[in-house]
Structures are given as C-alpha cells and as structure tokens.
Design a protein around this ligand. Sequence first.
Ligand code: GLN
Length: 334
Amino acid sequence: MHEPTPESTAQVSTGTMPGPETVVELITQAHRSYADVTDGSVADYIPALAVASPDLFGIAAVGVNGRTAGVGDSEHAFTIQSVAKPFQFALVCEALGHREVRERIGVNATGLPFDSVMAVEIASDGLTNPMVNAGAIATTSLAPGRTAELKWRFLRDGLSRLAGRELEVDEEALASERATNGRNEAMARLLEGHGRMYFDPDETTDVYTRQGALLVTASTLALMGATLADGGVNPITQRRVVSEDTCRRTLALMLTAGLYELSGDWLYEVGLPAKSGVSGGIITVAPGKGGLATFAPPLDAAGNSVRGQLATKMLSRGLGLDLLASSPVAESTD
Ligand code: GLN
C-alpha cells in the first residue's frame, strides 16, 4: 500500500464550487449588498494611491475548471501591491525549497502591522513572515538571479505565468512609490543588520517596489488565486507554475498573516486563506475549488479593504467555501 510522505498532497478532498449560475447570482448579490458601504479610507501614504475613486468596487471568481465570473469594476486596473506577496513567496519557495525559505525568512505571524519595523526588532533572529513588508523584502532578496534585473525578470515572468498574461508596471505609481519609500528602504537596511538580507538592500527594495506596481484587475487576481487553488496549475493556460506542495505552504502563510494583525479575525469569520493589499485588492483561495478576488479601495485601519472583507465573508458562507465549517453527514445526505 502506498504510504503518503509528508510532502505528498496527492490525497485531497475539498468538494467542488457550486455551478456557474449560483456563483454569478451570489457575487452579484454580494456586490449589491455592500456597494453603498462608505466606511474606510483610501490609502494615502503613497500619493499615486490617494487619487483612487473610493466608489470602485469589483468582484471576480475563477473556478479550478477555468470558469470566470465578474461583477462591477472587476476589469478595472490597479496596482497589485501586497497581493503580490503570496505569489512571490510561491515562486521563491519553488526555486529554493520550503526549508530554506522558512530558515531564512520565517513563517510565523508577526501579529503586527504590515509595515512594522518593530516586527524585525522583537524577533531576536530577525525572522518575520513573507506576507508583511519585512519578510517580503527578504523574500525578494532571495529571488534567483545575480543582478537586480535578473531577480526582477524572474519575479515578473513568474507572476505573469500565474496570471496567464504578461503583467505591466504602472510607471506613474512606481515613480510615486520610489519617491516615498523611506520606510521600506530602512527596513531592508535593518534586515541587513540582522543578517536577513540576502542581496543589496537598496536594489532589493527597488525590485520589491516594482513588483507591487504591477497592474492587475480583480479578474486577474481571481485567476492567480485559482492557480493556487488548483495545485499550481493555471486553470486557463493549463500551465503548471508551481508544485502542489508550494501551493499549500503558500496558503498556510496566507492563513497566518494574509490580513496582517487582523488575520485571526479573518479566519474566525471567513475560514479561508487570503491576502490583501493597500490599493484595495483581496484574494481569497478555496483549495481545490477556485479563487475569489475583490477590489474596493477604502481600507480599515490595518490596510484591508472594507467592502472586500464584507463581500468575501458573504461569499465564503454562500458558496460553502469555509474550510472550517462542517455539518453532520446524516443531515447533509438527507
Ligand atoms: N508597496 C506597498 C508597501 O510596500 C505594499 C504594502 C501593502 O499593500 N500592504 O508599502
């Protein structure tokens, strides 16, 4: 008899996404339910983000069968920002191996804001988590390539394969971020002081910043999420981008810190791995079923889209995606 190894994810049982009519009906309902919510504020620490319309609101879903549904501003382009972090982690993890990235970056929740400098200071070993800026900058420094340009190409090409199309940089947003990037630059230096920066800190920060300025839409993000839901194979291009094991490790990190210090609240309410970004995107992955993405710029105090969280919570329940939910077999087979 075949004994599964700890690395094996061959035996998976995750159920299926409801049919396309139900998905369209529910995302439309979620959009309608929260379109008028005006809570939260648009990020203003990067000037290019501050000009985003607070009314934008899009929701998209892509199943592991490639079926795509979108509502509202699901085709509106915005910069990916921190939603790139899990995908960047997946690419670097695939290249270096999961043990090495755990040893050199860390995988535990910091419990602190995404741009926390203190997170590096209070961890005696300088280890954080790839879902927050410090850990993501350290991850960037580990990307394969001898030069910043090669590291950038590795990341852009990999992210593009996950997205199933060539991703482009928003040059205006990038210039704006480069001009106001002191905190991330300081973080890279601090990591260097802790022996946790594996390439030139300034060049690394620049590659990290370029990656965050890649343009996506909610539909693109849902497909990238669906690739993580589909064991690393993009359901539209049918191309394998990363391994099954890399996918599940990436999802584990999204659970620990995908919504930063509010990741516990998120897990408590939604029960799915997710990742937010300051431009207003949130991706959520239902393993074996598909990816969801929301886009709505106004954020809560932790930097997570307010309407995105509300809509995803509704969809997790409505579509039966919550990984932690169960009901007795006898009742459900009645
Ligand atoms: N580029 C942003 C930064 O580094 C991303 C942060 C985020 O989306 N939370 O500050």
